[in-house]
Design a protein around this ligand. Structure first.
Ligand SMILES: [Fe+2]
Ligand SMILES: [Fe+2]
Length: 302
């Protein structure tokens, strides 16, 4: 595996980070009054340090994910010219990263991926595409890895939301959007913003993170996974849509069909975060065979 470019500098991420830490000092820390995720499985002690971390995370995420920021990162990372590696090599890199936005996840990323995939496989034995989707859905978190320029947590993980239109009040910690320059921009702050009714989610730009990145990687490496799989990968952190039902006015008929599968998938993404151990070596050959079936080349461009 060769890391071709390390260009966080080119992206202006360093400048963004400096700005972030400067603003942090100016804005100070505000404790919101309501629960972060709004569903029981991800509940946690309001007093815990972890929760403070999650809130701090969303304050940055909502402040800095502007339309322009997303467009820049999407263009840059969409080139997939940074590294060539297999999916399994990517899994190994992922074990070095921690998702700070997630209050439930303490186990290594590979465990989470295999637990999700194996739970789906148990209940949907014939949908092998869905097993592979479970296995690869979080691989985009590799953006956190130093060899990818080490993007900050707020640019990789957490719930996602559309940019270029009004931030819906169902988005977790909505109050922090007031710090986002797009919040007061009349081009972006109406219900439809720069989009139109039923334009299709494919035409709506989402906040930048591991979901959209992995979608781009799969797509640009000519995967033969079905449309529902790509939809799941791309929108699995879009809780405002799949849990709160917001932004449905942008969906077209294909989105409506694919959302049914995302609802199924989402149960496993959450509930697999229990401490059921998976024997990696035992299941590895099965997942390698699925990768071979749905990706034309062993080494993917990232
Ligand atoms: Fe994820
Ligand atoms: Fe996940």
């Amino acid at each position: 595996m060769t890391i071709l470019v390390d260009h966080a500098d080119l992206l202006g991420i360093e400048a963004e980070l400096k700005k972030a830490s400067k603003n942090e000092k100016e804005v100070g820390f505000v404790v919101p009054q309501r629960n972060s995720f709004g569903h029981a499985f991800r509940d946690y002690d309001a007093e815990s340090e972890r929760q403070k971390g999650v809130m701090n995370f969303y304050r940055k995420n909502h402040s800095y994910q502007t339309y322009d920021f997303v467009k820049r990162l999407r263009e840059e990372y969409g080139k997939v010219n940074r590294v060539e590696m297999s999916i399994w090599e990517c899994c190994e890199l992922l074990n070095d990263v921690v998702d700070e936005s997630d209050p439930d996840l303490d186990e290594p990323q590979l465990e989470h991926l295999l637990q999700t995939a194996e739970a789906i496989r148990r209940d949907y034995p014939n949908e092998d595409w869905l097993h592979l989707t479970g296995f690869i859905h979080d691989l985009g978190k590799v953006l956190l890895h130093p060899s990818f320029g080490g993007l900050p947590q707020w640019a990789v993980v957490g719930d996602t939301f559309p940019v270029g239109c009004r931030f819906d009040s169902s988005v977790v910690h909505h109050e922090y959007f007031k710090e986002n320059p797009d919040y007061n921009n009349c081009i972006y702050n109406s219900k439809y913003g720069i989009y139109s009714e039923k334009c299709g989610l494919n035409n709506v730009m989402m906040s930048w993170g591991h979901d959209d990145y992995m979608y781009l990687v799969a797509k640009k490496n000519n995967t033969t996974l079905p449309s529902a799989a790509l939809f799941i990968i791309r929108y699995h952190s879009f809780y405002a849509l799949h849990t709160a039902g917001a932004y449905k006015h942008f969906m077209n008929d294909e989105d409506v069909e694919n959302l049914k599968w995302l609802h199924i998938f989402n149960k496993y993404d959450l509930y697999s975060k229990s401490k059921v151990r998976v024997d990696v070596e035992k299941v590895k050959p099965y997942y390698l065979s699925l990768i071979e079936k749905y990706f034309p080349t062993a080494k993917l461009k990232w």
